[in-house]
Design a protein around this ligand. Sequence first.
Ligand SMILES: C[S@@+](CC[C@H](N)C(=O)[O-])C[C@H]1O[C@@H](n2cnc3c(N)ncnc32)[C@H](O)[C@@H]1O
Length: 340
Amino acid sequence: MDTDRMFTDIKQIFYNIDIGSKTSVIVKGDSIDLLKSVPNHSVALILTDPPYHSTKKKNIVGDTSFSNDTDFIKWLSRYAVEWKRVLKHNGSVFCFCSTAMSAQLQMMFCEYFNILSEITWTKPNAPGYDGWKQKMKKENLRQWYPHSEKILFMENAESGNLFNSYFGSQLSVWRKSVNMSTIKLAELTGAYGRVNHGGAVANWEAGRNIPNREQYRKIKSVLTEAGVMGIPDYEDIIRPFNVNKDVEFTDVWTFENVRQYKGKHPAEKPVELLKHAISATTYEGDIVLDCFAGSGSTGVASFELGRKSILFEIENKWCNYASDKIHGIEYFDLNKARES
Ligand SMILES: C[S@@+](CC[C@H](N)C(=O)[O-])C[C@H]1O[C@@H](n2cnc3c(N)ncnc32)[C@H](O)[C@@H]1O
């Protein structure tokens, strides 16, 4: 997919109301309505932080709107439908939530996505910067003090089954359309399994693992030669996932919370954490969507990594704040580029 063209098209859709920058579209409004204008399968990553509902913060729109959990889950299920539609087939979703709501959200989300990880974000903040942890009376606790938040990590599900990837199902369709066995494809691409001859291809089709770029190049060339038309580029079918020993590769993430400052968003997320999420799960130039943008931290993280972002936010105040912040770094970066 030509992501530059897609992003230009999306900017055009929101032309009248967008206050964005070159790399970000920031649109004020109810994101469930705004989402309807986002084209099908155009977004590589949905990285979003809805109101938690369980935290009941009066200064966050939506946090106290639902009288019970069921209404909150129903509300977010309308998003799940739209997210599935706008997400690329090889796209990913990160959705922040509280520990209290995680299980119920997973039950709802698993109808639409493969839930791959429930990440625990823990905050090693110094005393005085860690919310109520030091101040509250420990003897009054009725459960373990909630010192972490959850981030659900999901991929676009092919048929609702864990491990059933879009690439795997497409590979099977292409191969069968030209009557090629898994063994033959393995032979032609040199992708032999360790145990059985067609093993690597069978594993790819079952979604147990993915081919590397060189293997994919061979698959594409062999199947195209056999008559399969329109096999997409690697970036449009293989879900990116890049971690290594030097970054946080477990499902426990340790990032300091954003310290209090004048004008801080009450739920502002640390840019470093968001950059970690984005760099592991997108290709350069990809489009990232945040339906609950708040202070625009997803836009900042995306920009710093060379990704584009679409940010929806219902409050005027936060739209302006996000716009100023993103414009600020974008111009700063441009100046830097001119100097060098
Ligand atoms: C948890 S905060 C997100 C904070 C953000 N991650 C940050 O780092 O600043 C949720 C945000 O969603 C916004 N919001 C709530 N309901 C919304 C809706 N229906 N459409 C768009 N934005 C909404 C709120 O105004 C709030 O700023």
